[in-house]
Design a protein around this ligand. Sequence first.
Ligand SMILES: NC(=O)c1ccc[n+]([C@@H]2O[C@H](COP(=O)([O-])OP(=O)(O)OC[C@H]3O[C@@H](n4cnc5c(N)ncnc54)[C@H](O)[C@@H]3O)[C@@H](O)[C@H]2O)c1
Length: 347
Amino acid sequence: MKVFMIGAGDIAKSHGRAVVKLGGKVIGAFDVNKEGLRKYCMEFECDAVEYDQLEAYIEQADYVVLCTPPTKRIDYAEKILKAHKPMYMEKPIATTMEDAKVLIELSEKYNGKILVGFAHRYRPAFQKMVELVRSGILGEPVQAFSHRYGPGYGFGQRTLAESWRTDPNLACGMTIESISHEFNLLSALVGEFETIAANVACTIPSVPQYDTNTNMTMRARNGAIVTIGASWSSAVGVNVKGFIGTKGAVFLKGRNMFEFDEVVYKTIDMPTEQSFIFNDSYAKDQDGVIFNAHEHFFDCLLNGKEICTPLSEGVKVLLLSNAALESSREKKTVTLNYEVKNENICE
Ligand SMILES: NC(=O)c1ccc[n+]([C@@H]2O[C@H](COP(=O)([O-])OP(=O)(O)OC[C@H]3O[C@@H](n4cnc5c(N)ncnc54)[C@H](O)[C@@H]3O)[C@@H](O)[C@H]2O)c1
């Protein structure tokens, strides 16, 4: 597979390494940061592309990875989709529903094949959790949750000007950028949601739209209680996700925000808990986490398999993030009313 990269920052390196590990080749990359682009192209021995060469490189690619900041995507997405090339698009797909609408229109117009990069959905530990829930041995859903806390972007590690995440012109905050994963994972466990009540907090006064803490509760359409708690400003890290059913429960535990160390489950009939050790560390092996999603995309493109996290999932998740922010801003519970296409396609 020949892959072209738009945005050559941190996560683009993991994308490039995943493509290479799968036997593919990064044929070129584009980025507005010329020095970053030069370094990227040295690692992948690929062409550093100018803006006016984009169409030519997109044309040569089997698929294009779009991993610019989420407010800087529409122009590139249009070029990719217009050329009828499959697109691996990083999450969040955008920051506003207006941009999401443009993406839907483009995708419909050009019959787009789009994978949104909810990489945690493809990690073996989470797949195990889904397998246990969907097997039915844990019964009907009562509660599902994700709590992850740790020192994230903006927490004493980097100066604010260094990243689009804390640039006042580009920042979207944790609820849009990162809780997108939580919405994707939890709806895989309990289905869709009908209400959401959230509180978010910012710990960097100079960038008020950059929320670094969030806590919310949702009511799933099937009646289950769903909660999310997350922080990018906690000095101590932990990750725990769970599903509690009428006949059993399964928990995914990790040492830090994105660590998937162990899956533990027990049904009411089992004498003791059973544990599966994964030790899948995002901190130590970001490349490995991103690899799983590219492996799936290769499979979809080469063998006609359905994409587990298509554009529609990215749109739904952005709607939920924006509803959470509305709830926090207006101090109210927001009623959700959205349609989901292609439910349960990740078999
Ligand atoms: N799926 C995951 O687990 C995961 C992990 C990390 C990041 N991400 C997502 O990937 C995206 C990028 O994040 P990152 O961590 O690589 O950020 P980054 O800042 O390291 O990289 C972004 C790159 O985009 C470039 N850029 C900025 N504006 C541009 C423009 N207009 N045109 C072209 N290039 C432009 C920057 O120069 C930079 O090199 C974000 O949406 C983020 O949420 C996903």
